[in-house]
Design a binder for this molecule. Sequence first.
Ligand code: ADP
Ligand code: MG
Length: 691
Amino acid sequence: MSRPEALWPLFGDLTGLPGIGPKTATLLAQMKIAAPRDLLFALPHSVIDRRRRDTIAGLDLPATATVEVTVGRHRPPAGRGPTRIEVEDARTAFQLAFFHARGDWLARSLPTGERRVVSGRVELFDGVAQMAHPDHVLRPDEAGQIPDFEPVYPLTTGVTQRLMARAAQAALERAPDLAEWIYPDLVAREGWPAWRAALSTAHAPKGAVSPDDAARRRLAYDELFAHQLTLALIRAERRERKGRASVATGRLTEVVRAALPFRPTDAQERAVAEIAADMGSPRRMSRLLQGDVGSGKTLVALMALLGAVEAGGQGVMMAPTGILARQHLDGVRPLAEAAGVRVEILTGRDKGAERAAKLAALASGETAILVGTHAAFSHDVAFRDLRLAIVDEQHRFGVSQRLELGRKGEKVDTLVMTATPIPRSLSLAQFGHMDVSILDEKPPGRTPVTTAMVSTDRLGDVVERLRGAVAEGRQAYWVCPLVEESEVTDLIAAEERFARLRAALGEEVVDLVHGRMAPADKDAAMARFGAGETGVLVATTVIEVGVDVPNASIMVIERAEAFGLAQLHQLRGRVGRGATRSTCLLIHAPDPGATGRRRLEILRETEDGFRIAEEDLALRGAGDVLGHAQSGLPRFRVADMERQADLMQLAQRDARALLATDPGLEGARGAAARALLWLMEQDKAIRLLTV
Ligand code: ADP
Ligand code: MG
């Protein structure tokens, strides 16, 4: 699809704008401003109020003020000091100060006895109000040149405010009036200006800048709408791609149901049904399963895998680490094999003849379900008839691995499971092209976890309490942030803690797992803990996700303030799985800092993973919450994902609605939306519309 002609001037060279030469263009490029279009969306972040006032008296200094004054005496510099000029406004006297004033410029522009309008920052200096180097000095008849509100742009070295403002204005002049792509009822309800008017307003704020201004909200919506439209196009394209109908017969799932020691929750039933319906349809499933820790995702995954097997095919479930893969295997294998379905595991550890045998069983279809790590993506892994791929915690997998999976089975249904709840706005931004099933209910019979904050000063007490608990047969995790003492941080090493706890509690009571151990040793340590042979497992965050030892009822996290909220929530989710009352101790530095303390307090207040995720987002920002460049999260220029989740939801709704009525974007609104996609550089969407 070709770029609409009306937009051409916005995509020309920056040097085509007045006042921008090659040197300035290079500087702007450092700010990712390469064309007039980029200037449109480089909005001022704040504003300077330059409205005229009578006097600086009564101002809360320092402050920027614009006043008319009578110019008084010029006092030449004393030593290295400034030239001072006494001035008087309607009510009070103050001074203008100029360092290194050149020649007779001061005498010419501020003649004693005349009236001038000055604008600049007023500060108290030795008890005297002074304005050093005013931004504006004008005769009263010229003072109209000073805008009431002056936009403040983000800058880079060599680019001035004046240059940015002029460049933005020049770009605005090239912006055409575009047809509206937003639904009229939304525009009316929100009182939004048209696109071009919104840009003009956003570049010329009439007061404090706020993301809630109608103009800015509209532009934020535009940005989110373009993004969601792209995701909706991807979704539509995937839906069109032929999949295969994997119709479950219930033959195997019924056996498993009968063998379950519990009843599935309503949320699990709903998710299982949604997935079965999706897999049973001839289009390709692309679904996200979101559920809090402990919400029972494994059972849902198992039912989906068995569905694929019932339909005559195979299923694969992938986890980001070997420990997790093994955990999935333990969760899936007994039930599946009770129904006569063979489950195998494949990780990087499999080598030689054993691996060859596993691959052969997979190729023949004898192994119906494969659980594994990224090793299951290897090019020589072939299935007889792969129908379902489940990816646990997808954002830990690289892009190339995802592509490899795509190649394994053109028509394979995919289910992505996230181990932690993601805030709604992030989930929409990242997974907006997928359908979503949510486990918003936890299995009954869980005991709430008592969470307490303990200063590291009281570590001795904690160890004493632990001794008592272990004597009662309780089991505890003890999580340390690092594997080895590092010179640059004061985080306590797991190995050192392990040695000390052993000395305090007994050799055979305490065990250790960390990321640098040989995999077999790691498994052995986990197995001993799982079997109740050890009472305390010292660990780094390798135990973060998925590990399930119901008898473990104490979670100690050292230097808890160093962890992210989502991670702490995950760790805490390791306990509270059995009948025993569970405790989570967040050990923190005597002064964890305000944000650190706030994070721990949130954790103490709630066990609701979705709420914790929202708070985490508010405290840290989107990039940090997802943590990876490869998270697929877009960079928004105007929209603020922390604050504008509501707009993200509207954008997704409207994007899907638009495609439902106009799949090729050929109607009037569709054509307008195409222009928006160009403006917002939604390359993927543009490519999809071209083919
Ligand atoms: P998640 O992966 O979502 O964190 P799991 O699937 O590991 O959670 O389930 C956590 C624990 O809850 C497991 O021990 C599992 O057997 C148990 N469980 C799952 N569903 C139910 C249910 N409906 N009722 C009772 N216990 C359940
Ligand atoms: Mg799990």
